[in-house]
Design a protein around this ligand. Structure first.
Ligand code: HMG
Length: 403
């Protein structure tokens, strides 16, 4: 096992909040032209976490699907990490609750990682090194990216909310994506573009500045990656070497801006020409779910594998992860031969169709209810979620979940 070089994602699982809001309806309620949200931002629906769902239940659900999709027993998990920026406790990690719900054995490293939307990527890259180094001793890592994106009613960020989790089983059998950590380009800078103070349920954001910070970080990470593969001397249309690109998607238009920036760094000022071919398929699921923060890049990857009309097996793809604050990484992988079939078996269109389409009044009720959920016993509350894991309330200051 020592020195294993073939590492990456063996399987993927996806969970989304079981409520949803159509952005056309939200636009009407906010007196905004619907085209601003649907075309201007590139999202048509956002998932909403119902009161019996939280970061833990979404993570547990996605993790169960990732294990099931690979036919892997929970006993083989030797590292369980949850990347999140919407943790449920200042001390106890989401990962420990997930360990309990899934029955992950005690001989396991269990922890949480945080760096805004980059937190899940940080955990995944650590997990890759854990497998490569031999420390895994034949075990697999389960990395879950789980978040509820919340800016608040009536804010400019409201149409860019969402709720969901993507679980990645990381091992030396990368049936979905073999990742090459050695050429990952990185960029970090202390900026205040998006943050959530300890006293607030809602994120604060300097919206237009955050877009610029994302693009600056993308440029830094992409040029570092190009340098690592020795291509900065002849960068012409460098990104054409990838069969597809998946960017962090807070909203679809951001990926379009990102791609335009990458192509301009490649000396191609007509960047939009390659957008549909290289990026288009990765945006279908994000447009139907919204921003899921840590999971957004991996939802885009899932979308790419599900929606691409091309056989991607054996082909290289580029991935860009951005977390406000900030840290970003541009890394690459090679699609596995089973990847597209496996993702089709996840039945994600059916999962999305099963969401409850909420009226704006019902959505606002859920938003307000969430403000006190972490302090209430939950007595008398209707358990909305059809997920097998449910958050039932707080008793003796402890969060209680049921299967
Ligand atoms: P805004 O200021 O209300 O919108 O908020 P706008 O005026 O910039 O319009 C948005 C787009 O719609 C523009 O397109 C308009 O032209 C267009 P662009 O110029 O950008 O190409 N538009 C229309 N299109 C069609 N028909 C119309 C129409 N009207 C306007 N009628 C903003 C936009 C993104 C700032 C806001 O939603 C926001 O603050 N969102 C949250 C922050 C965010 O998502 N930032 C992204 C980068 S940072 C990041 O990705 C990290 C993050 O995920 C957090 C983390 O790391 O944890 C957020």
């Amino acid at each position: 096992m020592l020195g294993t070089t073939e590492v990456g994602i063996e399987s993927i699982g996806v969970a989304v909040g079981s409520g949803s809001v159509k952005l056309e309806a939200l636009a009407a309620a906010r007196n905004v032209p619907p085209s601003k949200y649907v075309d201007g931002l590139g999202t048509h629906t956002m998932s909403v976490a119902m009161p019996s769902e939280d970061t833990v239940t979404l993570a547990a659900q996605a993790a169960t699907r990732a294990l099931g999709n690979a036919g892997v027993d929970v006993g083989t998990v030797g590292l369980l990490a949850v990347g999140t920026e919407t943790a449920v406790d200042h001390s106890k990690p989401v990962a420990s609750f997930v360990q309990g719900l899934l029955g992950v054995p005690s001989r396991c490293r269990v922890f949480e990682t945080k760096h805004a939307c980059y937190g899940g990527t940080a955990a995944m890259l650590l997990a890759l090194d854990w497998v490569r180094s031999g420390s895994a001793r034949g075990k697999k890592a389960l990395v879950v990216c789980s978040d509820i994106a919340r800016y608040g009613i009536g804010t400019p960020g409201e149409p860019t909310q969402g709720a969901g989790a993507v679980a990645l089983l990381i091992s030396d059998r990368p049936s979905i994506l073999r990742i090459d950590p050695a050429t990952a380009g990185v960029f970090a800078k202390d900026v205040s573009d998006f943050w959530r103070p300890l006293y607030s349920k809602d994120a604060f954001v300097d919206g237009h500045y955050s877009v610029q910070c994302y693009l600056d970080a993308l440029g830094g990470a992409y040029l570092h990656h190009r340098e690592l593969v020795g291509a900065n001397d002849a960068p012409a249309r460098f990104s054409d070497r990838y069969a597809a690109l998946a960017y962090h998607v807070p909203y679809g238009k951001m990926a379009r801006k990102a791609h335009r920036h990458v192509r301009s760094l490649d000396g191609d000022d007509a960047g939009d020409d390659s957008f549909d071919r290289l990026v288009g398929p990765s945006l279908a699921l994000p447009a139907a779910v919204g921003n899921v923060y840590t999971g957004s890049l991996y939802l885009a990857l899932t979308s790419l594998l599900l929606e691409s009309k091309v056989d991607l097996a054996g082909k290289p793809v580029g991935l860009f992860s951005y977390g406000s604050g900030s840290c970003a990484e541009f890394f690459t992988g090679t699609v596995g031969s089973e990847a597209q079939d496996r993702v089709r078996r996840l039945a994600i269109p059916e999962l999305l169709a099963s969401r409850e389409d909420l009226s704006i009044a019902a959505y606002e009720d859920v938003m307000r209810a969430r403000e006190t959920l972490d302090e209430s016993s939950g007595e008398g509350r209707v358990l909305h979620s059809h997920h097998p894991f449910r958050f039932t309330g707080v008793r003796d200051h402890k969060r209680v979940y049921e299967l």
